[in-house]
Design a protein around this ligand. Sequence first.
Ligand SMILES: [Zn+2]
Length: 242
Amino acid sequence: MFFDAHLHAGMFPDIGATVGCALNSSIIPVPVGIHLKESQNTLKALENTFPFIPVFVGIHPWYMNDYPFDEKLFNSLLDSPLVKGIGECGLDNKIDVPLEKQIELLELHLEVAMKHDLPVNLHIRGYHGELIRVLKKYRGSVRGVVHNFTFSYEVAKNYLDLGMFLSVGSHIIKPSLKMIRVLNSVGVEHLLIETDADYLHTGEYDPELLKNSYKSLGSILNLSADNIERLIEVNIKNLLRI
Ligand SMILES: [Zn+2]
């Protein structure tokens, strides 16, 4: 079984059809939230038809101004048995929101994750030092994944030391030499594979995009197709505790 570790199912016009399309191709998608209303819609769309799908709920930093933290709504979402994680949350140095406000929201997510023993799905652009500093406060209490892993091994090492998984996207289908070296240094035991929002503009989920990323990661790490599939499954089940 394949796993799409980070999919914005809630941003597709038909959430159920998107998840159904992935399942038909032996892919278990992990929908990740961008804000609480969208997370709520995803849960509603899936709870009757696909109650086994693991869902992350949270507020992406890009949406924090328009959809602020609502503790009551957040807590009500956590009652759903589909919720297996918190996020997408994190820090972004290209948005017009002060860093302190972003850290405040991130810490609210980390507190919820810690309280409910759930993993976090982390977005990071630019502010690695700041994110690592925040995560160190929660070392041993919060597990998670840093998604869209495209950075250097030196940066990655900090996240690995904090017990985080790193999730790679379709950029590994045509990897740079540097990326090949970095992925080999990280090792398969810390990696997940995702599609994020890569084909959102088409309005349709494309299972081949994920499968090509699996194939590519297998060849980068010199692992057979069966092995890469099995090892990534072990990792995500470990993260989600499913
Ligand atoms: Zn995302």
